[in-house]
Every structure is written in C-alpha cells, then in structure tokens.
Design a protein around this ligand. Structure first.
Ligand SMILES: [Zn+2]
Length: 595
C-alpha cells in the first residue's frame, strides 16, 4: 500500500537512526557524524558515515546512502512501502487502515508470496503426516536419517506427493491463480499448455524460514539417488538465494558466541538435534559476500564445518576468504572418520563433535597445514615452494601482529630464519599493494569520467554540466531558502536547464515536494526513486555538506553555469540530441587540433 507523506515522516521521526543502524554496524563517533564499516560492501577501514542530526547515511566506498527507510530497504531487501511498514512496527506505530489502492502495482507482492508459502508449507506438512500420502517421506526421515518426530516437527518438514497437480489444485481451491503460483516458484509453467504444475514432486521438503518467521522458500530432496538431489526455489519477490541461510530463524537465538556453517540441510538438522542450534547452511549455493554480512550481523566467529572430501575442503577455503573479508574470526573444522557432520555425530556422538569445535583451526593454521601436507620439506625445491605459498598466505593479513605470529610459526615449521621469510612477505605485500593501487586508480578514473554510469547514463556526455547540476541539486536539498528562491522565480531555474534526464527528474521531485503541503523531506524521495538512485542523490547532498562555502553566491554561480550550458545548447539547436552532437563535434575539433 502507499502511505501518506505525514505517516512516512512520523515513522522516520520516531526512528532513532543511530540505534537502527547500530544493530547492523558498530558505529564510532567522528565529529558530528558516526563512522563504521559499511554493511553493503566488504571493507576493513570505515567509510560508512551516519549523520544523526540529518538522519541520513552515506558510504564513501560504495555510495550507498539515504534515509533510515533506504537503509532498511537495502539491509532487509524490502521495497519502500514494506520498509516503512517494518519501521512503523518497530516503533510501535499502528498502520493506517488499508484501503483499496488503485495505484497499487500489478504483479505479485512479497506479502502475497509469503501467504502462499505459508499455505504450501501447511500442505506439505499435512502430506508428510498422512501415512497414505507421505509414508515414504516419513520413513526416509525417521529410518534413513534417524530423526525424531520432534525434530521433524521443529523444522516444519514436509512431503511433496508424486503428482503434477496436488499442490496446484489445493492452492487453486484457496483462491490463488496460476500466475501467482508460478511467480512464487511453487509451480512451474507448462511449455505446452501454459498452465501451472507442481514444482516439487516426490521429494521431502525443507521450508526456509527467515528470522522474522516468514516461510520465504523451499528446498526439496529426493529420497533415493536420482537427480537432481536437491531442488530449491528460484528467486521470488520474497526470496533471494544469496541473502538467506537455512535455520537462521533458530540460530539467531544462539549465535552470540559462534555460528556453525554447514554444507546442507541434513547437517544443520543433525547438529540442531544434537544440541548445536547455531548451525546454518546456504541454500544450494556457495557462500556470497551478502551471506558474510548476515553472519557479521549476528556473530563474531564462524566455524566452517563442510564435508571432508576435496570439494568440501576447497569450498571451505573460499568461504574462509569471504567471511574473513568482513572481519569475522573464521575457524575450520577438521573431521576424520566421517564424510560430514551428520555422519560424524551418528558415529561418534555429540561430545566428540563438541571437542572438534573447540579444536577447530584458525584460517591460517588450516591453510598452513594444507600447504605443509602437500610438500616434502626434506627436498629443497619443495621447501622453496612451501615457503613461497606460506608467505603469500601471511601477506594477506593486514594486521602486523598477526603477520608476526604467523611468521614465527612458518619459520619454525620450515626451519628458515624469520627475517628471510619476513622480507619475502613484505615483497609480496608491496606487489599486492601496487596492483591494488593500479586497479583502484583505473576504477576511479573510469568513475570520474562517469563511464558506465548505471544511475545517470548520460553523465559522461558532459561532465562539466553534470558537476553543475549536482552542485545545484545538492544545495537545493540542503537549503530551504534556495528552494524558495527558485520557486518564487528570484533565481531563474527550471527543469529545462538540466541536461541529464536523471538530474532533471531529481530537480522536479525536489521542487514538487517543496511545493506540497508537507514540504521537502529527504525520506519522501524514497517513494519515487530506487535505493541506488537515492544513494546518488544523497551523494550530492553530502558533497555540498562537506564544503564550507555554500552561500547564496555559490548557489547563484552554480545556477549560472547550468544556464550558460543550456543557452549554448539552445544555440546549437535546442534539443538534447543536437546538444550532444555539438559536444561531440567540439571534442572532435579538439582532437583534430591536437593531431
Ligand atoms: Zn559501502
């Protein structure tokens, strides 16, 4: 639903930005702002700033920015009205009564998908507990997997009958259409008839439940060796694979000390049943940076407990790097005598597994042991390779203390002087740094020229005009008196003076909001712009806020620059296309002169 401006403002006014963002990011005071490590990109030095007085945030690294609503949209993967609702609930503000909203977007909403998922979860569960339908599924859980009935119920497990229409018919009876069922990924769409058919068939079902208790998706597993072994929901309006973890709804209550990352549903369930309720798993994908940031939100330490085979160990190595990048204390579990945690606990019991957890290796120990196991240190050439590999691993650590500790470990293992290894580590670090600097300056140059600018694709056509546009917009957002001056015509500026259509849209939105009864408020822009676009607008505001010179003469001269450019544009033929042609010819002339 669409909320009124005054409701949105009340929600923002009653949200403490410091407390809200502080739940995701550790914030430290820096002047009048707060700084922390950005939750939207991986970093170790803080570039994420929060202004409590303005109630705005901005990341100087990835340029995410906006109001508390934008923050919730990005952090919780919600659209604007959902984020307003989320914050309203959090602040205990009752929602306005829902009215028929003719402007509601077509398509299937997140809420509708969640409702369908809940019904489907009930259906799968009823099938599992009906011996005539789900007998085989129940036998699989109880006998093959040795799960107790309590565990089956705890996880809300279910069974999808071997039928193309069991769920579809059931959902039709509840009033859901083919189109909705397909959008929720509960059904596939028949190529021949275009009709919906059951997506999960003859499989045991694992509902994926988010930390707020919503059923967001399903995983289905076959009960024999047929393929594919696992089938998962594709992304829907309620679910993104890269942003959800299985069993986080339980693990979130027991994660302060550590979380255990497993490869699959069965491992997680076995661990929970054995009392390790901080175990979670990704959903049929490798761990992503988005997952890593979820972990960072809940805990400081992750123990990776992947399968003991080659594939599992390689995946563990990758997971270690991704989790390390968000500053996690990462450990890796080494299992002998079992292929996965499920089997280990069945063979050796929960106490032995607890000991494994205590003995889990730090990322460095684990990697170093793997390197050392590959080589025969009695052979000279092997020793050289091993020391090269170890030095590369040590060079990745940014803390000098950590490097010292690992250097002395390596020196002991290799029988080489610390100083020699240290030189080699520093050499690698210098090389890595040169490469990073070169890459970053390439990226900075590209963004300076606004090449490949997704948000304002026209920005590369005339950087000078865009700079003037952004200065004008930043000042208009910051100061009401400039908005009034433009509104009254004291300063002649209209949308026609904007060259790029994105900035023209921003100008129109700002001035429309200014003229409306509630006046301009930054957070209200969120209703008309995507979160990434809001970040760009916030960048303009922050850029001006950081400057000390923002007086009327500065505003007038920025407006004059814009007007000058648009007058030239008129001379060149009036419309944007001919202006661009004019610019191109000018550029060509400059190039010709150079030749
Ligand atoms: Zn960022």
């Amino acid at each position: 639903m669409r909320f009124s401006d005054s409701f949105v403002q009340e929600v923002v006014d009653r949200t403490d930005i410091e407390e809200l963002i502080g739940r995701y990011v550790t914030l430290k005071r820096s002047g009048s702002n707060l700084m922390g490590c950005c939750p939207f990109h991986s970093e170790k030095t803080p570039s994420f700033s929060v202004s409590p007085s303005k109630k705005l945030f901005f990341c100087f690294g990835c340029q995410a920015g906006g109001s508390v609503i934008t923050f919730v949209q990005k952090a919780e993967n919600l659209d604007f009205p959902e984020a307003v609702e989320y914050l309203a609930n959090r602040a205990g503000i009752p929602l306005p009564r829902e009215s028929e909203d003719p402007t509601a977007p077509k398509g299937v909403s997140r809420k509708r998908v969640l409702d369908m998922n809940l019904e489907a979860a009930r259906f799968f569960r009823a099938c599992l507990f009906d011996p005539a339908v789900g007998g085989e599924g129940m036998r699989y859980f109880r006998e093959n997997r040795r799960m107790s009935e309590a565990t089956v119920k705890h996880f809300g497990l279910g069974f999808a009958p071997n039928s193309f229409n069991a769920l579809t018919d059931h959902m039709h009876r509840l009033g859901y259409s083919d189109e909705e069922l397909i959008a929720a990924c509960l059904c596939g769409k028949s190529q021949k008839t275009g009709r919906a058919y059951d997506y999960f068939r003859n499989r045991v079902i694992f509902p994926i439940i988010d930390p707020s208790g919503n059923v967001v998706a399903f995983g289905g597993r076959v009960m024999d060796d047929s393929k594919p072994k696992y089938l998962n929901s594709s992304d829907t309006p309620a679910f993104k694979k890269s942003r959800h973890l299985f069993a986080l709804n339980f693990a979130k209550n027991d994660c302060a000390e550590r979380m255990i990352l497993c490869e699959g549903y069965m491992d997680v369930i076995a661990l929970h049943a054995a009392g390790f309720s901080s175990a979670v798993a990704t959903l049929g994908t490798a761990i992503t940076p988005e997952h890593a940031r979820i972990f960072a939100k809940y805990t400081k330490k992750v123990i990776i407990s992947y399968d003991s085979d080659e594939a599992g160990q390689n995946a563990a190595k990758k997971a270690m790097r991704i989790l390390g990048e968000v500053g996690m204390d990462v450990r890796v579990l080494r299992m002998n005598g079992a292929k996965d945690p499920d089997e280990f606990i069945r063979n050796f019991g929960a106490d032995r597994f607890r000991r494994l957890l205590e003995e889990s290796k730090t990322g460095f120990e684990y990697q170093a042991e793997r390197v050392l196991a590959q080589y025969d240190l009695a052979i000279g050439s092997d020793k050289i390779k091993a020391s090269g590999d170890l030095c590369s691993i040590i060079a990745e650590y940014w803390s000098a203390v950590e490097r010292e500790v690992y250097l002395s470990y390596a020196s002991q293992k290799l029988g080489l002087p610390v100083e020699v290894l240290k030189n080699s580590v520093e050499q690698i670090r210098r090389k890595n740094k040169r490469e990073t600097v070169a890459r970053e300056s390439r990226e900075a140059q590209a963004s300076l020229k606004n090449f490949g600018d997704r948000i304002n694709p026209e920005a590369s056509s005339d950087p000078r005009a865009v700079a003037a546009e952004e200065a004008v917009l930043g000042l208009l957002i910051l100061f009401e008196e400039y908005r009034s001056a433009v509104e009254k015509g004291e300063i002649p500026l209209s949308d026609e003076h904007f060259i790029t259509s994105f900035n023209r849209r921003v100008f129109c939105a700002v001035m429309e909001r200014h003229a409306s009864p509630s006046g301009f408020r930054f957070e209200l822009l969120g209703a008309d712009f995507e979160p990434d676009e809001i970040g760009r607008i916030e960048k303009m505001e922050v850029a001006r806020r950081q400057l000390s010179q923002n007086g009327p003469e500065v505003f007038r001269s920025a407006v004059n620059v814009l007007r000058g450019i648009s007058e030239r544009k008129e001379k060149a033929g009036g419309d944007l296309h001919s202006h661009l042609a004019y610019l191109r010819s000018k550029k060509a002339n400059i190039h010709n002169r150079k030749d």
